[in-house]
Design a protein around this ligand. Structure first.
Ligand code: KIV
Length: 271
């Protein structure tokens, strides 16, 4: 197990400087408990809008609200001291106009203490990224499979599988790097396209279902722990069966309550 030896919290410029030096490691966290455990193990923690599905059991990320993003990001910042914390801006909080995006991103940065935001963007939204960066908001640009576009895409589909699709993704990447994004998050991107974007980019690329060539990787923590439910996407590697551990421990508790072996007098006061 490799924990990071670090003085203080990882900053955005330090993350950017890691490109070409060593791989960047990231996981999601929405709660204090998970954030505390992963803090020394990762370079940045993403408070993903996957909270809507993983934390609240909703059917997509579209219902995530700004006040929920603020509450979860604040909990993660307050529970950590080493990893850079990045908040995922929820659907509807930045797409309307650059001004709306700035107002909401500024609120997230000010009220949570996180270091940066992540936005799902294309070439059209690159002007919003430029508006934010010029005003002091560090932006990670999420391109490729964008869950907030699920209704436009007609499902969760890997992107860049055709030569036309690949060219669009390269243009999305270029536009957002030109706009000042400090990193690209490539989700569900055809491997050769993710590799080409990484080679062409002077900023780090973070892959999820993209390519081993990316400058870093991120996964939803619950997915790698085996807590993500029945459907395991192709890009997930399960490193543990925590659902099984919870099931077994809780079943034993139930058995012991029923047969009277828990609690014993050792668990009681004033005996
Ligand atoms: O919301 C999220 O957790 C994400 C990751 C899947 C990259 O955007």
């Amino acid at each position: 197990m490799s924990t990071q030896v670090r003085n203080g919290r990882m900053t955005v410029p330090q993350l950017v400087a890691m490109k070409g030096r060593r791989k960047i490691v990231s996981l999601t966290a929405y709660s204090s408990a998970i954030a505390q455990v992963i803090d020394p193990l990762v370079d940045f923690i993403l408070v993903g809008d996957s909270t809507a599905m993983v934390g609240y059991g909703r059917s997509s990320t579209l219902g995530m609200r700004l006040d929920e993003t603020i509450a979860h990001t604040r909990a993660v910042v307050d529970s950590t001291r080493l990893a850079c914390v990045i908040a995922d801006m929820p659907f509807g909080s930045y797409q309307e106009s650059p001004e709306q995006a700035f107002r909401n991103c500024a609120e997230v940065l000010a009220r949570t203490g996180c270091a940066a935001v992540k936005l799902e963007v294309n070439q059209v939204l690159a002007s919003t990224v430029a508006f934010l960066v010029e005003r002091g908001v560090p932006v990670m640009a999420h391109i490729g499979l964008m869950p907030q576009f699920v209704n436009v895409m007609g499902g969760y589909k890997a992107q860049g599988l055709s030569s036309e699709g690949g060219a669009t993704l390269l243009a999305d990447a270029r536009a957002n790097l030109r706009a000042g994004a400090f990193a690209l998050l490539l989700e569900g991107v055809a491997e050769p396209v993710a590799r080409a974007i990484t080679e062409a980019s002077d900023k780090p690329t973070i892959g999820i279902g993209a390519s081993p060539a990316c400058d870093g990787q991120v996964l939803v923590t619950e997915d790698l722990l085996g807590l993500g439910g029945e459907h395991v996407p192709r890009f997930v590697k399960q490193y543990a069966d925590v659902a099984g551990v919870i099931r077994e421990a809780c079943a034993r508790f139930g058995d012991e309550v029923r047969d009277g072996t828990f609690p014993t007098l050792d668990h009681c006061y004033g005996v």
